[in-house]
Design a protein around this ligand. Structure first.
Ligand SMILES: [Zn+2]
Length: 429
């Protein structure tokens, strides 16, 4: 299926239209080209060509919650969103805390073949927060795990966090922290502020996130290791990360599409589709997150795609599960929040959604340039398309998109993974 392809009229990183020849899994040539013998032609007039997107933060739910998502459906959703690699979070059942489980997920990803699946290893056994998991064995496994996270839970014990940061230095790993001080968020439901007070929902203060980020930046600096901050959601967090980066410390950070576009005012509907961890914040936080992503303080966009079946989501607010789907809308939301507002150009989008997440995830061969000789993992995107988000049309097994009914720009037309189309004409190839 790799074969030879001539992509005509595409605009690499939003630049001038040109031709891209794909052959034997590689970008063979960019520039004026006659049709190579036997090539299949894709008319791509007006489409933006981007390097295949890389997600540092996806919940594929398999093993254990195949009613919410499977590796097959989740990676289809990823490909349809323009992604060629995803990191699968460890909070599965069983938890991905051993070489055996991470290898199982890695193999399921290879079998599905829609995009690369890189399992994230748990930091602590069973996400229990008391004992370090077998980080070295997961790193040495066939899955070659480099990113470790208890995501869904915070590694709140400072001693354990320190030891984890020290441990991963041996193999160049990174600890991705879900920053949530548990005592400050006991029973918390919504950003602590005017909205939570008005709606009578238990508040989730910004300081619960910021205190952990500040502590972990200091710990990472103290032991000389690499910290990645998951789903930054407050203006204060951006300031702390800017300060830590200014010191030259090895701190990176991600923001989700939903935190770039949505605010806690949506909770006025009491619709739990807007319930997420960390919670939606205020318009001032959204502005600071956009600015932080634009100036590079926040390195990348990560989806935190968190599928849930209807019965876990369509209940009272207090009992509903936290989380939103996001793979199939991520690039469209980034266009709406960052490109159409003039904050990022398409080269910037490629940097924040492909190059930098690949560097943070330690993925050689992903996030490369669109250049001859590079692996042909790329996405063709129509920025002029517009339509209303309808999760019934999505490949994800779950329907909990907070963008449902919103009119958003853009459409992923095609995705190539090392020269093989995974999506053509907006459908799974
Ligand atoms: Zn999380």
């Amino acid at each position: 299926m790799t074969g030879t392809w001539l992509i005509r009229g595409a605009r690499p990183l939003g630049g001038e239209p040109t031709s891209i020849v794909v052959r034997d899994g590689l970008i063979d040539r960019i520039g004026a080209a006659t049709k190579p013998a036997g090539a299949q032609v894709i008319g791509a007039d007006g489409l933006i060509a981007l390097p295949g997107l890389v997600d540092l933060h996806t919940h594929l739910r398999e093993p254990g919650r195949e009613d919410a998502e499977t590796v097959e459906t989740g990676t289809q959703a990823a490909a349809l969103g323009g992604f060629t690699a995803v990191h699968a979070m460890a909070n599965t059942d069983p938890v991905a805390d051993t070489a055996g489980v991470v290898e199982q997920i890695w193999r399921l990803g290879r079998q599905a073949g829609h995009c690369d699946v890189h399992p994230v290893g748990a930091v602590t056994v069973g996400l229990g927060g008391t004992r370090l998991a077998e980080l070295g064995a997961m790193a040495d496994s066939a899955a070659r795990v480099r990113v470790f996270s208890d995501d869904g839970r915070c590694v709140s014990d400072a001693v354990l966090m320190r030891r984890a940061l020290e441990y991963v230095k041996a193999f160049g790993g990174v600890i991705a922290q879900h920053a949530q001080e548990p005592r400050l968020t006991d029973g918390a439901q919504l950003n602590e502020g005017e909205m939570s007070a008005r709606l009578g929902l238990t508040g989730w203060p910004a300081v619960a996130e910021e205190a952990i980020i500040a502590r972990d930046c200091l710990l990472a600096a103290h032991v000389g290791s690499a910290l990645h901050v998951c789903h930054v959601s407050t203006a204060g967090s951006v300031e702390i990360i800017r300060w830590a980066k200014g010191k030259g410390w090895r701190v990176t950070a991600e923001v989700t599409p939903h935190h770039l576009l949505l605010t806690d005012s949506l909770a006025a509907s009491y619709d739990p589709v807007y319930k997420v961890n960390p919670p939606l914040r205020t318009a001032a936080d959204v502005a600071a997150l956009r600015e932080g992503l634009a100036d590079g303080t926040i390195d990348c966009v990560a989806t935190d795609h968190a599928p849930h079946p209807v019965e876990d989501k369509e209940t009272e607010w207090d009992t509903a599960a936290f989380g939103m789907t996001g793979l199939e809308t991520a690039l469209r939301v980034v266009q709406e929040a960052m490109v159409d507002t003039g904050l990022l150009d398409w080269a910037g989008v490629a940097d924040r959604m492909s190059r930098r997440p690949a560097v943070i995830g330690r993925l050689p061969g992903a996030g490369g340039e669109l250049a001859a000789g590079q692996p042909a993992s790329l996405t063709l995107y129509d920025p002029t398309a517009r339509d209303t988000v309808n999760p019934a049309t999505h490949a994800s097994r779950s329907r909990n998109s907070p963008f449902t009914g919103m009119d958003l720009p853009g459409r992923v037309v095609a995705t190539f993974l090392r020269g093989t189309p995974t999506v053509l004409d907006g459908k799974i190839a």
